[in-house]
Write a new protein. Structure first.
Length: 210
């Protein structure tokens, strides 16, 4: 019998974790995080993200089989104790403890050697990211600053289909919804003038992938 409560006592591999059900992977990740087992946390994140990146009918079948239910961005944030100020908002601050909660597009997540990263905000250089100068982009910038000062934040995964060459936070073809059951605990770091969310294996001066 697999003991999900003792991640240190088991020899976990990504193949073994991939055979678990979604709720079991989530439980294993939570337990490993509580015990400081960063390697198991990173493996669980890779399995969860791979499942999230499935598209079309296969994604629908997996979601249905695992009981996943997508909800609106507003409802997803409310489950985390955050009320969005505007329809265009992609994040907020939980009043009970000051935690910054962000929403990120699953297909824009980068992964390398057990470390996952997501570009949260970058300046609008020569018109390359006009969203950064819009109210929603400026709100994201402020949330990044707050999360960077705190050293951590929470992130929710958004499912949808972006337009090619467009920042999905600015405009997307479709927004299917948010899986409120997965909550990523991330570190927000500033690299140059860009803010990145980074999570997975413990970082020892490792740069966010570009």
């Amino acid at each position: 019998m697999i003991n999900l409560l003792r991640p240190h006592a088991e020899r976990w591999t990504i193949e073994r974790i991939a055979k678990l059900g979604r709720s079991e992977v989530t439980q294993l990740r939570d337990n490993a995080a509580g015990l400081g087992n960063a390697q198991v946390v990173a493996l669980c994140d890779q399995v969860l993200l791979k499942a999230a990146k499935d598209s079309g009918g296969e994604m629908a079948r997996r979601l249905k089989a695992s009981g996943v239910r997508l909800v609106t961005r507003r409802n997803a944030f409310e489950t985390r104790g955050v009320t969005l100020h505007e329809l265009s908002s992609w994040g907020g601050v939980r009043s009970s403890d000051g935690t910054v909660v962000l929403s990120i597009w699953k297909d824009a997540i980068q992964s390398d050697t057990g470390i996952c990263a997501y570009l949260l905000w970058a300046p609008n250089k020569e018109g390359s990211r006009p969203w950064s100068d819009k109210p929603a982009g400026q709100e994201r910038l402020e949330h990044c600053r707050q999360a960077c000062e705190r050293g951590s934040a929470e992130a929710l995964l958004v499912y949808g289909e972006p337009f090619e060459g467009r920042i999905p936070e600015d405009k997307a073809k479709t927004i299917s919804g948010v899986d409120a059951a997965i909550v990523l605990h991330v570190e927000v770091v500033l690299r140059g003038r860009e803010y990145w969310a980074v999570w997975g294996r413990r970082r020892t001066g490792t740069a966010a992938p570009h």
